[in-house]
Design a protein. Structure first.
Length: 278
C-alpha cells in the first residue's frame, strides 16, 4: 500500500524574467574585489533598486551557452529557475552596485574567493561576453527617523554595505550616528566607503582557525553593549549563514533589538562556494 500523498510545494510569485546583457567593462576595485559593468538595450528602463538590493546573474557556462554561443535562458518552474533540460542553471545573487536606466548599464561587484563560479567569471570575463540579469530583488528601506544605524558584514557584504552608506549619506541628518563593522580576511579587500560625516568604520581581521564571522559577532555584541548607540538603533547585517544565526541571537535575545529594527541576512554557507550577496 502506498503512503499518503505529499502535498505539492507551494508555488512562489515568479521573479522578473532574465534580460540578456553584454559585459562592457571589467575593473578591479581592490585586489579582492572586481567590478563588472553590464549593458545593453534590455537594461534600458531597469528599475533603480533600493540599497542592498539583489539581482540574479545567469553566468555563461557550458550549460547555458548553445552551439551558436547564444545564452540559453531558464524559465520559472514555480519555485526555481530551470533550464529546458530540467537542470538548475548557474545563477548567482549579487548586489547591483550602480544602475543607469537611461544608459542601460548595471554594475555588480564580486569578491574573489579563489573558488566558485562567480569568482571565476569575474576574473576571466571580458568586454563582449554575455550574461543575463533578473531583478531587482527587494532592498533595504531606510527609516530616516531612526536614531542610529549599525551596519555589519564580511567581505561578501561589502558591495551592499557600500550602497547603504551612500544612501545614508543622502537621506540622513548629519548628526545621526552610523557605525560600520567589517570582518576582513584581507585588509586590502575593503574599498573606500562613502557615507555620512562622522561615520565610524571598524575593520576586524578574520581570526585564523575560527569560524567565519566570529570576529564580526563579537564586534556587533560589543557595539550594542557599549552605550554608543541609542535605543532604537537600526541594524543591518549580512554574511556567512551560521554567523548570521549567531548575530540574530545576539541582537534579538541578548540585546532585545526589536525584529522590526533589524535586517540580518545570510549570503553564503561555509564549505560551499560563496555565490550570494557579493
Amino acid at each position: 500500500m502506498s503512503g499518503p500523498l505529499r502535498p505539492a510545494p507551494p508555488t512562489r510569485r515568479p521573479p522578473p524574467p532574465f534580460r540578456v546583457v553584454t559585459v562592457l567593462e571589467r575593473a578591479p576595485v581592490t585586489p579582492r574585489l572586481t567590478r563588472v559593468t553590464l549593458g545593453g538595450s534590455a537594461l534600458v528602463g531597469f528599475p533603480v533598486p533600493e540599497p542592498a538590493a539583489s539581482v540574479r546573474v545567469l553566468l555563461p557556462t557550458a550549460a547555458t551557452l548553445g552551439p551558436d554561443r547564444d545564452l540559453i535562458l531558464p524559465t520559472w518552474a514555480g519555485n526555481e529557475f530551470l533550464l529546458p533540460d530540467g537542470s538548475r542553471p548557474p545563477i548567482r545573487t549579487l548586489t547591483p552596485r550602480h544602475v543607469d536606466p537611461a544608459a542601460g548599464t548595471l554594475a555588480v561587484e564580486v569578491v574573489d574567493h579563489g573558488i566558485g563560479l562567480a569568482s571565476a567569471w569575474a576574473a576571466t570575463t571580458r568586454p563582449g561576453g554575455r550574461a543575463a540579469v533578473s531583478g531587482p530583488g527587494a532592498g533595504y528601506r531606510i527609516d530616516a527617523a531612526a536614531p542610529a544605524f549599525l551596519l555589519a558584514g564580511d567581505e561578501t557584504a561589502l558591495p551592499a554595505i557600500a550602497t547603504l552608506t551612500e544612501a545614508l549619506r543622502d537621506r540622513l541628518d548629519d548628526r545621526v550616528p552610523v557605525e560600520v563593522h567589517l570582518e576582513l580576511v584581507d585588509p586590502e579587500a575593503c574599498p573606500e566607503l562613502i557615507g555620512p560625516p562622522g561615520m565610524a568604520i571598524h575593520r576586524h581581521p578574520a581570526r585564523p582557525g575560527a569560524p567565519p564571522g566570529d570576529a564580526l559577532v563579537d564586534a556587533v555584541d560589543a557595539a550594542l553593549r557599549s552605550g554608543r548607540l541609542p535605543a532604537g538603533v537600526r541594524v543591518w547585517a549580512a554574511g556567512e549563514a551560521a554567523a548570521v544565526q549567531r548575530l540574530r541571537r545576539c541582537c534579538f535575545e541578548r540585546h532585545a533589538v526589536p525584529r522590526a529594527h533589524a535586517s540580518i541576512r545570510g549570503y553564503w554557507k561555509h564549505g560551499r562556494a560563496a555565490g550570494g550577496g557579493s
